[in-house]
Design a protein around this ligand. Structure first.
Ligand SMILES: O=C([C@H](O)CO)[C@H](O)[C@H](O)COP(=O)(O)O
Length: 208
């Protein structure tokens, strides 16, 4: 399983330091949505230049103008771009078209999707690479976590691979590993750890 570190609220310099510290543990560096709002595509370009062995995901959560917006991210060097599962099919298909043109990948973020099973089955037919269940930051404090959603997606997907995000940490990672998925996204738990290198290493050990 791959470890994706979500870089949401750190500065560019601190993110570079974190990726240096966690080398060997992190497979995918996510330029998080708040980071994109702050810095645009600058971190995508910078990470590609400095860390050629790590895939870079632009978490732009596309909702409209799928092909146009995905083109911008892939042109900047992103390996994976996110589009929202609640978007129109046309938007998701536009992102898929852009990814195919660039020989890159698409992750669909299922945040706030109401009928997860139905929407997963539909999106699974659209040529996307990953379907990511995601407990929103804004509802994590209500005690929600993404494990049950992962089980739902794993039960119905036939083409795409699954991914999981939303408050994942050492205490919850084993249940995810047991269920199985391709990518585990960990943000705050690594970024706010006292020893970020050791924490990322330990999470990665659990994914092996
Ligand atoms: O996508 C994210 C969120 O919606 C903010 O943009 C986070 O990157 C994702 O939830 C992972 O972060 P943690 O929940 O802190 O692990």
């Amino acid at each position: 399983m791959k470890l994706q570190v979500a870089l949401d609220t750190l500065t560019l310099q601190d993110c570079i330091a974190l990726l240096e510290e966690t080398k060997g543990s992190v497979d995918i560096a996510e330029v998080g949505t708040p980071f994109v709002i702050e810095e645009g595509m600058v971190p995508v370009k910078e990470f590609k230049k400095r860390f050629p062995d790590i895939e870079v995901l632009a978490d732009v959560k596309i909702m409209d103008a799928g092909k146009y917006e995905a083109d911008k991210c892939f042109d900047a060097g992103a390996d994976i771009v996110t589009v929202l599962g609640v978007s129109h099919d046309e938007t998701i298909k536009g992102v898929v078209e852009s990814a195919a043109n660039h020989h890159k990948k698409v992750m669909v973020d299922m945040i706030a999707v109401e009928n997860l099973e139905k929407r997963t089955k539909e999106i699974d037919q659209m040529g996307v690479d990953y379907i990511c269940v995601h407990t929103a930051f804004d509802v994590q404090s209500l005690g929600q976590d993404p494990l049950d959603d992962l089980k739902t997606v794993n039960r119905v997907i036939q083409n795409a691979k699954s991914a999981v995000a939303g408050g994942v940490k050492l205490q919850t990672v084993d249940a995810i590993v047991q269920e199985g998925c391709e990518i585990v996204v960990v943000g705050g738990a690594i970024c706010n750890a006292k020893d970020r290198s050791a924490y990322a290493k330990e999470i990665k050990e659990h994914l092996k």
